[in-house]
Design a protein around this ligand. Structure first.
Ligand SMILES: [Ca+2]
Ligand SMILES: [Ca+2]
Ligand SMILES: [Ca+2]
Length: 292
């Protein structure tokens, strides 16, 4: 029996098994984590200076992955944005704030064990405005690391992400519960020439996605981009990322949003409700529908 389902009655187990594909049942050493990404620029009063005046900073819908090994599947500092997986997923996020292609690349990557997209709690395609947050759940085994990418808006091709990933377990193999913002950096994807934050090819000003002067460079920390100096806020003034384990059988508050189709979430949710309670609830719902 998996840890996640420990202590749950047999009826619930049967229901979970019926409702979820067997591959979604967690392995013995897996832990579910809730990850929360918050745009803290409202509480820190941070905006970006542009020739058109101070503008609020948004975080685009993002993509996330749990991976093992040394290669961060989202991006490699000093390498082209198409690496290490191939494809234009990172460029799609960094230039336009679209996470789907990178999420698809994650799904096919051998080092990735869990992946998906996240967006503002108001909707699956909503950017995180100042003061807003997104949350999602991942499952990982000891050694597993978390990566993610979300666009810094407004910009041509700037994004936030953890260059070396985020270790989800400590040296003793115990799940972390921590503010991991220190692992996040501000990067330039090297795919579009920079205009001072709000130029005609920046998001949200650009007339259509993938619009702007091509930059044939590599992923770099924004302070290392030569010839196009732009002053970005400190990371912690704009974004905050926390990771915490989800208790066995528990449903993380606020998790399981529309952008998160993690089947393991479904297993835990069913387990927490209890199979009998869930079926009873469905019965009540049917009866209510029948009396309308
Ligand atoms: Ca650039
Ligand atoms: Ca652009
Ligand atoms: Ca481009």
């Amino acid at each position: 029996m998996s840890k996640k389902l420990a202590g749950v009655g047999a009826a619930a187990l049967v229901s979970a098994a019926v409702l979820a594909p067997s591959s979604a049942l967690a392995a013995e050493d897996e832990t579910m984590f809730r990850v929360e990404v918050t745009n803290v620029s409202k509480e820190t009063g941070t905006k970006v200076d542009t020739p058109q005046g101070a503008k609020p900073i948004l975080l685009s819908p993002g993509a996330f992955a749990v991976y093992s090994g040394e290669d961060n599947p989202a991006f490699t500092v000093g390498a082209e944005a198409t690496l290490p997986l191939g494809g234009e997923g990172l460029e799609n996020i960094a230039e336009d704030g679209f996470p789907m292609q990178l999420a698809q690349q994650f799904e096919g990557a051998p080092m990735v064990s869990d992946s998906g997209t996240f967006a503002d709690e108001q909707g699956p395609k909503k950017a995180l405005e100042p003061g807003m947050s997104a949350s999602f759940t991942v499952t990982a085994s000891p050694g597993g690391k978390l990566t993610l990418a979300t666009m810094f808006v407004p910009s041509n091709d700037a994004f936030y992400g953890p260059a070396d990933g985020i270790e989800l377990f400590d040296a003793g193999g115990e799940p972390i519960s921590a503010d991991v913002t220190d692992a996040i950096g501000t990067f330039d994807a090297g795919t579009e020439e920079n205009q001072p934050f709000f130029g005609p090819a920046t998001k949200p000003v650009q007339p259509h996605p993938d619009f702007g002067p091509v930059e044939e460079s590599v992923v770099l920390p924004v302070e290392d981009v030569e010839g196009q100096p732009q002053v970005y806020p400190e990371v912690g003034q704009v974004i905050n990322v926390t990771v915490m384990p989800v208790p066995a059988g528990g449903v993380p508050a606020g998790a399981g949003g529309a952008a998160d189709d993690d089947a393991a979430t479904t297993v835990a949710g069913v387990a927490a409700l209890g199979g009998a309670a869930l079926l009873a609830g469905m019965g009540i719902a049917r009866r209510r529908a029948g009396t309308r």
